[in-house]
Design a protein around this ligand. Structure first.
Ligand SMILES: NC(=O)c1ccc[n+]([C@@H]2O[C@H](COP(=O)([O-])OP(=O)(O)OC[C@H]3O[C@@H](n4cnc5c(N)ncnc54)[C@H](OP(=O)(O)O)[C@@H]3O)[C@@H](O)[C@H]2O)c1
Length: 258
């Protein structure tokens, strides 16, 4: 894949994807907001894999941050072979009574930034005739848990359309829809992850390896666990009224400390 750019690469799924890509011999561009975490992880990857690692501090909730990443993705001097749009977070609030700024931040990071970065990637990758994009959605894209589900459904649908648009130009687009994964995601959202049984969690290394495997195979949608693939099938076949009832707003987990 040459050089891979990964957003949200300092923690969880993005961190593991960056690690696996570097261990395979790819150079990496790490993107996140926390500069010390970026620098510390870049040095670790360089030391253990010998690969070149760049860091790019960008707040993807801002247009400036998203465009800076788009510019790096479209660089002809330092070409990127794979873009991984992974950065994201749970909103940790109900729509009714919640902060509008937080809602807009979620939409900016998990939809608008992905649109901007994919637009840059699409133009450059199609021009030169190769490249790949991996977007991280979620199983919640098939549920009705509020705006987070809506953002992840947007990522999924957008990626499917983009895959068809770019396929004739030699560019693959894959969207990964993981279920529960132990990362910083739940603590950052103030959700108590211990409320779910351990078997419901997919190991982060498996999410990363199955997602990257789907990229190599040119698959458009991957649900990186057989249990969640079965759950996705059930969700697709279920009446939406039932889905809204069992996986609607307020069903995304108990807050920590309650
Ligand atoms: N964990 C799960 O159960 C689960 C399940 C399905 C899908 N997902 C999805 O998987 C993706 C990764 O989540 P994770 O579980 O690995 O979460 P995580 O451990 O909390 O990592 C999130 C990453 O995103 C970065 N990030 C957050 N806001 C950002 C912003 N405004 N600008 C730039 N970077 C930002 C964070 O770095 P900085 O804070 O340094 O910026 C961090 O590197 C997300 O899209 C999430 O929705 C997670």
């Amino acid at each position: 894949m040459g050089t891979a750019l990964v957003t949200g690469a300092t923690s969880g799924i993005g961190r593991e994807i960056a690690w696996q890509l570097a261990a395979e011999g790819n150079d990496i561009v790490l993107v996140a907001r926390n500069v010390p975490a970026l620098e510390e992880y870049a040095e670790r990857i360089r030391t253990f894999t010998g690969q070149k690692v760049e860091t790019l501090r960008a707040d993807l909730a801002t247009e400036e941050g998203a465009r800076a990443v788009g510019e790096r993705v479209a660089s002809r001097e330092r070409p990127i072979g794979l873009v991984v749009n992974n950065a994201g977070f749970g909103l940790g609030q109900s729509f009714l009574g919640g902060s509008l700024d937080r809602e807009l931040e979620g939409m900016d990071v998990m939809a608008r930034a992905i649109l901007i970065i994919c637009h840059a990637a699409a133009g450059e990758f199609a021009r030169r005739g190769y490249g790949a994009i991996l977007n991280i959605s979620s199983m919640t894209s098939l549920t009705a848990q509020g705006t987070y589900s809506a953002h992840k459904a947007w990522v999924r649908t957008f990626s499917e359309g983009l895959a068809e648009t770019l396929r004739p130009h030699g560019v693959n687009v894959t969207v990964s829809c993981p279920g529960l994964v132990h990362t910083d995601f739940h603590a950052r959202t103030n959700v108590d992850a211990s409320q779910w049984p351990e078997f419901a969690f997919i190991p982060v290394d498996r999410v990363a390896s199955r997602s990257l495997d789907a990229v190599r195979r040119g698959r458009v949608i991957v649900t990186p666990s057989p249990v969640y693939a079965a759950a996705a099938g059930i969700l697709r076949l279920s009446p939406r009224a039932l889905v809204r009832r069992v996986a609607g707003p307020g069903r995304s987990g108990r807050a920590a400390g309650t």
